[in-house]
Design a protein around this ligand. Structure first.
Ligand SMILES: Cc1ncc(COP(=O)(O)O)c(C=O)c1O
Length: 421
């Protein structure tokens, strides 16, 4: 039965009492961090003993300890190219953070222009399309450089194509779009083939429009249901816009979040473009780390088997959150949440106008949640509805305690709102 029925005030009292008990528990829990847990990081411990007895020579005899090799180790690119859907010679491997590569691509486009357009900074204004809910650090890059963010709805099969098409075709200020095409942050949805094709081929008023294709969770399935997304590079090339997609990924949530390898993929012209800029920035990447990665996960099967081990740790956590929310909120009508087949996040929608209240109640009860609004540009969720849950980091007992507490806060905030009418 949905809240809002005649016994609502009785329920409000009950939720207040539940919340009071929660306060008395003196919790100190954290659901904010989309980080791998220590158990997941332990899976990559053997990496730290490499390159090992086989030494520092790469496949072509290069000493990995020395300078050079700007594009990254060929053997590493040969392993990861097919996994990421990028030809190995169109892949660049680099430092641990793909976010840093995204940041640099934006800065390079602003200051130097793209392969097919002038410096963005010379345009009267620059805007990006931002599917919402989305990833706050993408929005942070735009905000940092004064790029206007235009929210577009994210549906279950990807960004709303009709809206995106209309905006991109009609507004030459729109130079880019953030996309997390698989197991998106935070809803966990994956883009349908139709959406990928649409984005790759749609007419855009800006000839130098770029899809910032952040495939952060491309290999991060939780179980047997495995999303596959269409080949955006091939589709864009087929549509005559080979330079449109810039692909990003990393091993942050595969090996070590602070010591992994990042990937950039794109058309040959985009690879040349980024290498030309990289050349001014560095003499070469950390090839010792790249060699470690190539030896630790020497082929695609090894990567997949490693990801299965992550899934075995992550899946029970995602199941636990789903079960608790179902048990506590299931029939109340005051919350709905996603149940992703992969990735790192669950997105919880509460009654309109209640997300900030839920986050504040949880904070006072010792449960840290990602700030309400973080899933939207400028931290502004106009409906004040969406809360991002990150189940990966806490041990399962802490996760379940935090999720129960969260449910209590959702119910109390909803009852407060409905009785205030
Ligand atoms: C969508 C998305 N992209 C990128 C990142 C960060 O990637 P990296 O560790 O490679 O910088 C995250 C981390 O949470 C993410 O959720």
């Amino acid at each position: 039965m949905a809240l809002g029925t005649e016994d609502l005030s009785a329920r409000l009292e009950q939720y207040r009492a539940d919340y009071k008990r929660l306060l008395d528990e003196g919790l100190s829990l954290d659901l904010t961090r989309g980080k791998p847990s220590a158990a997941q990081l332990d899976l990559a411990n053997p990496l730290l003993g490499l390159p090992g007895e086989d030494g520092f020579r790469t496949a072509d005899g290069t000493d990995a300890r020395n300078y050079g090799g700007l594009q990254g180790l060929p053997e590493l690119r040969a392993i990861w190219g097919p996994l990421l859907g990028v030809p190995a010679d169109q892949l660049i491997t680099g430092g641990n953070s793909s976010l840093a590569v995204m940041h640099d691509c934006v800065v390079n486009a602003l200051l130097n222009g793209t392969t097919d357009g002038p410096r963005w900074v010379d345009a009267p204004s620059v805007a990006f399309l931002c599917p919402v809910p989305g990833y706050d650090r993408h929005f942070g890059i735009c905000e940092r450089f004064g790029i206007e963010m235009i929210p577009v709805p994210l549906n279950d099969d990807g960004p709303d194509l009709a809206t995106v098409r209309e905006l991109a075709a009609g507004d030459a200020r729109i130079k880019g779009m953030w996309c997390v095409p698989k197991y998106s942050n935070p809803t966990g949805i994956s883009y349908s083939d139709e959406v990928v094709r649409g984005l790759a081929s749609m007419p855009t008023a800006a000839p130098d429009f770029r899809l910032f294709w952040d495939n952060a969770y491309g290999l991060h399935h939780h179980g047997e249901t495995r999303a596959e997304i269409a080949d955006v590079l091939a589709l864009a090339t087929e549509a005559g816009s080979p330079d449109r997609p810039l692909l990003f990924a990393s091993t942050s949530k595969i090996t070590l979040a602070g010591s992994g390898v990042s990937f950039f993929g794109g058309s040959p012209a985009n690879v040349e473009w980024l290498l030309a800029h990289l050349q001014k920035r560095t003499i070469g990447p950390d090839k010792v780390n790249e060699l470690r990665h190539a030896r630790f996960l020497p082929d695609a099967d090894a990567v997949r088997a490693h990801m299965d081990e992550h899934a075995a740790i992550l899946r029970p956590k995602f199941d636990a959150v789903h079960e608790i929310l179902t048990e506590r909120l299931g029939d109340s009508g005051v919350g709905s949440w996603t149940r992703p087949d992969g990735g790192y996040f669950i997105s919880l929608d509460v009654l309109d106008g209640c997300a900030s209240r839920v986050v504040a109640l949880a904070k006072d009860a010792g449960v840290a949640l990602t700030p309400a609004g973080a899933t939207h540009p400028y931290g502004n969720d106009p409906a004040d509805r969406t809360i991002r849950i990150s189940p990966s980091f806490p041990p399962i007992d802490e996760l379940t305690a935090a999720t129960r507490a969260l449910a209590t806060c959702v119910l109390l905030a909803a009852a407060e709102k409905l009785t205030a009418r």
